[in-house]
Ligand binder design. Structure first.
Ligand code: ADP
Ligand code: ZN
Length: 725
């Protein structure tokens, strides 16, 4: 027996299938999709069996595989095929396309420290005649419980008496049974659902009754989309089918998971960054075994090994978190969803209050079917939005809060209602500068200013992780005049404390939520009214649903506008709309205050009027003129290396090769990336714009092949990049 094995090694040059023979002792256990250990040169590597072949076609001597790692297959037929499709679409290595599907516990090198956990249970031994034996009281109690429940957890019996338990074990009356233990529990909580509105019902029946297709559900914030998703999922559950629901990591809040758990109990598996590797592995096993049939998770949950999928839902479909941009494979979850929907003959629902331009354009063309929920549930009004021009305001105030916003906060607090304040930190950071000579601290490895972290009093590089203690005096002019610049949540918190000394403020940002469970605790505390103001970064803008919030303040709407990226208007519009959507969800009307230095920018004025379609039309026109998506496809070729002149030379070579091999394509660059040097690596971008693929993939594959073996210049290909920086 011969098997074709794909080995787990990140070297692109060996990304192909190698043949091994199978020793007799392992023959029965070999299946396509299992993991094996194989000799590879002088190393022993893990790999996936992708093919089982006929002996007779081989005459040369092959090496034996060494062992089988786990007896069950980890990649079923669908996932094996899916990996090949993702590979074709992204030009990443095939092994990376399989690795991205699996929990860390099943990856080479990581797996060893994540084990399956077991619980110890006891049951009565068969054929034991208890009547002839004598027992004390606690022994009798234990026997009675085990007789009733059949299988009882050790902990429960120890609570009665450990010594009695041990005696019963020694006398061979009780027998030990080990069962796999999952680190997380989903209690079967009380079933809860809303009576759907007529509009919601209409959407549900369109999705469930028509033939498989891709829908765009465009529904304003608070229109009851999540409720629709749950009803659709329920429909398929009753048909014995499974579901995947993707949400951006940032809105995969405990609140969201709880809503699903209240309705579906232990049928759900939730996969998010708050889980430990062990917990993720447990969830993955529950899914493979068919114990969980509804998967809620961030991007990579699109690979969940579910069988018989009935529906795939991508909530907040505009979110750039659905595109993997920092490592291979650089896939988009939407594309993977489309592959899987074809395999399972199921529909896809893309939902958003601010659909991406690409998706809305496809809906307008009829490629996707458009469904709308244009009003909030129960006729609630959209919040009233005030835009404050900070150019004028800055002359009158010393801090960062405008008079208008301060007044609105005061009014809300007086009415005993709650406030959410958003500090837009996209593309923004705080830094340290010398007021005497203007010196700023730069990362020694990267072409960027260091960010000041108050909690640890350090300066850190957000690109390479470099860190050092904050200085007392300027290293250049030796004056003690260093000052912290920029706007952080801590600074706003201090301002609020001065203005509203009795107000209880909850600060939610990367620093305060990094500890496990903190995010959950904070949301619960805020909902329970333990705080008046929730102050935070992007993470407060999405997905949260608090009924007592009647004011949302956006402290700096502009930072995301100033990012040099073609999507910056779209991202700003969407962030403002989402943030505004957190407000006025309860009985009382809500209002929103947006502080900005660009009060007339279209992204801000359309957001003020909750006018998605006008924004869409305006922005489409901009994209058409500038030849950006959805009118053109984009591909970014990132060329990098430690010697900047060599990198540039190779980048120019790539460009001229592309120019001669391709027609109907616009090629820009090579230009320096917006951060030119990261970790001592210099980076150039070549941007391709095109309407048709023609021979693009073949040409790029050939160029990529060439750079696989180069050690001084690296090439990364990013199709449909979420941003170009
Ligand atoms: P979206 O996902 O569109 O922002 P949600 O599904 O979160 O909207 O609904 C907004 C609020 O309205 C939630 O508090 C939800 O519980 C409530 N809600 C949704 N549908 C109904 C309904 N049919 N009846 C009563 N309340 C509903
Ligand atoms: Zn750095």
């Amino acid at each position: 027996m011969i098997v074709g094995v794909l080995v787990e090694i990140s070297n692109k040059a060996v990304d192909r299938i190698f043949d091994y023979s199978v020793p007799c002792s392992l023959k029965d256990k070999i299946k396509v999709g299992i993991r094996v250990l194989v000799p590879f040169g002088k190393m022993t590597l893990e790999g996936f069996v992708l093919e089982v072949k006929n002996d007779k076609t081989f005459d040369k001597e092959l090496k034996d595989i060494l062992n089988i790692i786990d007896s069950d297959i980890v990649l079923n037929h669908e996932l094996l095929e899916l990996g090949k499709k993702v590979q074709k679409k992204t030009l990443a290595s095939l092994i990376s396309c399989y690795q991205v599907m699996l929990p860390k516990a099943l990856k080479a090198k990581h797996g060893s420290n994540v084990a399956v956990q077991f619980d110890t249970f006891y049951c009565l031994r068969q054929n034991i005649n208890l009547d002839q034996l004598k027992f004390n009281d606690s022994q009798l109690k234990i026997i009675e419980i085990v007789r009733q429940k059949k299988l009882v957890l050790r902990k429960e019996l120890c609570a009665i008496s450990t010594s009695s338990l041990n005696t019963l074990i020694k006398k061979e009356i009780l027998e030990e049974v080990k069962k796999e233990h999952y680190r997380r529990n989903y209690a079967n909580v009380a079933f809860f659902k809303h009576q759907l509105t007529e509009n919601q019902k209409k959407v549900v029946s369109q999705v469930t009754l028509n033939s498989p297709q891709t829908y765009l559900l465009y529904g304003v914030t608070g229109s009851g989309k999540t409720e629709v998703y749950m009803e659709v999922i329920d429909y398929y559950l009753k048909q014995g089918k499974t579901s995947i629901m993707l949400v951006p990591e940032i809105s995969l809040t405990p609140q969201m998971v709880q809503r699903f758990q209240e309705r579906f109990g232990s049928k759900i598996a939730a996969i998010h960054s708050g889980l430990s590797d062990g917990e993720r592995y447990d969830e993955w096993r529950r899914i493979t075994r068919g114990e969980a049939s509804i998967v809620i998770g961030a991007r990579s949950a699109i690979f969940a090994p579910l069988k018989n999928i009935g529906i795939i839902i991508i909530d907040e479909e505009h979110s750039d978190s659905y595109k993997q941009s920092n490592s291979n494979p650089r896939y988009h979850a939407r594309d993977v969803a489309i592959f899987r929907s074809r395999y399972h003959h199921c529909s896809i629902v893309l939902g958003s209050a601010t659909p991406s331009l690409e998706t809305m354009a496809r809906a307008q063309k009829g490629v996707y079917s458009l469904l709308e929920l244009s009003h909030r549930v129960n006729g609630k009004e959209m919040p009233r939005v005030t835009v404050v021009d900070m150019n004028k305001e800055m002359k009158n105030i010393s801090g960062n809060l405008s008079k208008e916003l301060i007044k609105a906060i005061q009014n809300t607090l007086d009415r005993n209602e709650q406030v959410i304040l958003l500090l837009n930190r996209r593309g923004y950071s705080s830094f340290v500068m010398c007021k005497n000579c203007g010196y700023t601290f730069k990362c020694p490895n990267c072409d960027i200013t260091l960010t000041y972290h108050k909690s640890s009093n350090t300066l850190r590089c957000h690109y390479c992780g470099f860190g050092e203690k904050r200085y007392f005096e300027c290293p250049k002019c030796h004056e003690k005049s260093l000052s912290n610049l920029g706007l952080g949540t801590q600074k706003i918190e201090e301002e609020l404390n001065t203005l509203f000394p009795t107000c209880k403020i909850l600060r939610m940002d990367y620093d305060t939520t990094s500890r496990k469970g903190m995010h959950e605790k904070m949301t619960t505390d805020f909902r329970d009214g333990k705080y008046d103001v929730l102050l935070g970064t992007q993470m407060v803008a999405k997905g949260l649903d608090f009924s007592k919030v009647t004011l949302v303040g956006i402290i700096n709407a502009d930072t995301s506008l100033n990012i040099p990226d073609f999507r910056s208007s779209e991202n700003t519009f969407s962030l403002l709309s989402q943030a505004a959507g957190r407000c006025g969800r309860g009985e009382r009307e809500g209002c929103v205050v947006i502080q900005t230095f660009n009060p007339n920018h279209y992204a801000i004025s359309f957001a003020k009027n909750h006018d998605y379609f006008s924004f869409y039309m305006y922005e489409m026109n901009v994209r058409r003129i500038l030849k950006y998506p959805p009118y053109f496809y984009l591909c970014n070729l990132k060329v990098s290396g430690k010697k900047s002149d060599l990198v540039l030379r190779e980048a120019l070579k790539i460009k001229s090769e592309l120019t001669s091999a391709l027609t109907n394509i616009i090629i820009l660059g090579p230009s320096t990336a917006s951060v030119f040097k990261i970790n001592n690596v210099y980076r150039y971008n070549i941007i391709l714009k095109y309407k048709t693929f023609d021979n693009l993939y073949e040409v790029l594959e050939k160029i990529d092949e060439h750079y696989k073996t180069k050690s001084q210049v690296y090439l990364e290909i990013d199709f449909e990049p979420s941003q170009i920086l």
